[in-house]
Design a protein. Sequence first.
Length: 248
Amino acid sequence: MATVTVVLNQKGGIGKSTITVNLAATIAEVLSRTSLNDDEWAPVAAVSIDPQGSTPWWAERVGDDLPFVFIEAFDDPEGIKKLRSTTKVKRAIVDTPGWMDPAARRGGVGNDGLGKGEVAEAIRAALDSADHVIVPIEPESLGWEPTKSTIDRIIKPRNLPFTVVISNWDPRDGHSDLQETIEFCRRQGWPLAKTVIRHYKLHARAAADGQVVTRYPKSRIAQEARQDFSDLALEHELRLAESRTGGF
């Protein structure tokens, strides 16, 4: 069986695809070392259910060097429902869009806070299969309310374990916005990752350059970027383990 993680926030442009791709690459690198027979299974699948997202194009640019399986499934909710039962991968990381796509707007919004379009059905299928949800949030106040809405209307009613991850923090901007965002998350009582994903141009250029974080050209910045995702991968694995034993 696969463990399914959904990366979710209704706000766009906050690094969902970057987290999906680079977390998948980092976990795949670790799991591939422990595989007894690489011919029988791939350690990780990155699944995109965002028809306008960058993940498919990113995967195509990486090409044969992609260290995980890529699946585009925004129009295949039935396939998404089978993710957890698959024996072909050990981990599935699902990249999601905002659900208010044109089809959803025309159809309205359901009681669960999701739209009624094709993509919304794919999101529902992913959440029904999810073991854990990662909720990225940027260190700026404009992203707080969309994140709160995502958690209150989508995640909590489903009783899904989740972790909020601060993403796209630029150290050059100082620590005040970062600290305010940390305090906001704590006031909400949300489980907050200790790992902060820093903003680097390497991440912004990675899709166009056909790279994932585990294969960035060697430099000090690349090492720091890679460390962020190594820390996040380890923290995520620990939270998954605690969720299984009732720790969350």
